[in-house]
Design a protein around this ligand. Structure first.
Ligand code: AR6
Length: 169
């Protein structure tokens, strides 16, 4: 079974096969981790995203890494938190699962995820961690790839919650 790691830092600095972007349905960039990834990957990423033509919430799309040291960027769209009344839990789980499926089908061995939906989209951090870790554990227990999943926490609060969750097992 694959392994899970938690680190604190900037996802654009990682040397892995694939990083995941917490995008919006347009796939045309934005703030937060999305802005950082587009800035670091360069204009050609935006060109490829334009051709894809968007991505519904809970689904994922794959592009090249361009100026980043990764083979792929997997763009997924997490739900906007709406009090839990708009299927947010299932949609966040799907965002992780669909990203992992794309990773497997492209031979990705190591993949890094940001804390999808926990920034601008306002998903409560503690429940987001539960959903993210359980989705990843469930997936890697049944699939050969990816072999390693890294949760990249940018803010201290997420980092603490993730560490607690991962150490608990
Ligand atoms: N590396 C890793 N994590 C980061 C980085 C980084 N460089 N920068 C921010 N984070 P957010 P969302 C963390 O708001 O909530 C965009 O405008 C951040 O601390 O980036 O899914 C999109 O275009 C937080 O924990 O994404 C969408 O419109 C996590 O990344 C919208 O925001 C997610 O925060 C998506 O909102």
């Amino acid at each position: 079974m694959g392994s899970i790691e938690v680190i604190q830092g900037d996802i654009t600095k990682l040397n892995v096969d694939a990083i995941v972007n917490a995008a919006n349905e347009s796939l045309l960039g934005g703030g937060g981790v999305d802005g950082a990834i587009h800035d670091a990957a360069g204009e050609e990423l935006l060109d490829e995203c334009r051709k894809i033509g968007g991505c519904p919430t809970g689904e994922a799309r794959i592009t090249k890494g361009y100026l980043l040291p990764v083979k792929f960027i997997i763009h997924t769209v997490g739900p906007i938190w709406n009090g839990g009344y708009k299927d947010e839990i299932d949609l966040l789980r799907s965002a992780y699962q669909n990203s992992l499926k794309l990773a497997s089908s492209h031979g990705v061995e190591t993949i890094a995820f940001p804390n999808i939906s926990t920034g601008v989209y306002g998903f409560p951090k503690k429940s987001a961690v539960e959903i993210a870790v359980n989705a990843v554990r469930g997936y890697i227990s049944k699939n050969a790839l990816p072999k390693k999943v890294i949760f990249v926490c940018f803010d201290e609060e997420n980092y603490e919650i993730y560490r607690e969750k991962i150490i608990q097992k």
